[in-house]
Write a protein of this length. Structure first.
Length: 184
């Protein structure tokens, strides 16, 4: 029994000693936020820093969507509004120079909405979640393109009674972006 266990451990250690190369990915992106809480497609932009192994990785991203709830020229109702996200996500990717990936994560979703008279203003910092996926392809060793589609949703404490209970909030949307990725 002990001999079989030692042989199994030796085989596992040999299999695990294969070269594992983690990639650092730096991406600047731009695209559109649409559907959900926004009345029409809105421009969005941001960037991400990720670390991806052969299959699993992690990324941190920052994005902003100005005039998320409409511009003052659209309705005259809101002058200053946006949605800003700072999220961390797990990535599950296929290996190779063209990589399909799925992403799931959470972090800060900041919603800011003010009317011209400042009678009605919202400035909230909520926990948000995201789920989606995309594709990235590299032309050479260090430069490639990336396309990504994700769903974002805020979570709020609907009953602030001191208990930890989260529920879906009022802000949700889809985001489709593309960008240039640098791999190190």
């Amino acid at each position: 029994m002990t001999r079989r266990l030692l042989i199994a451990l030796a085989l596992l250690s040999l299999a695990g000693s294969a070269s594992v190369r983690a990639e650092t990915l730096l991406t600047g992106f731009g695209g559109v936020a649409f559907s959900g809480a926004t009345d029409r497609s809105r421009g969005t932009y941001g960037g991400s820093l990720g670390f991806v192994g052969s299959v699993v990785g992690f990324e941190a991203e920052f994005a902003t969507t100005p005039d998320f709830f409409g511009s003052s020229s659209d309705s005259g109702a809101f002058t200053d509004n946006d949605v800003v996200t700072l999220m961390g996500s797990l990535l599950f990717a296929t290996p190779g120079n063209v990589r399909l990936y799925a992403a799931v994560g959470g972090g800060l979703m900041k919603t800011r909405l003010a009317d011209p008279g400042r009678f009605f203003s919202i400035d909230s910092n909520d926990f948000g979640i995201n789920v989606g996926g995309g594709i990235m392809g590299f032309f050479g060793e260090h430069v490639g393109l990336r396309a990504d589609v994700r769903y974002f949703r805020d979570l709020q404490d609907a009953d602030p009674d001191g208990q930890f209970d989260l529920d879906f909030g009022n802000v949700d949307y889809w985001r489709a972006v593309g960008g240039i990725t640098f791999r190190f």
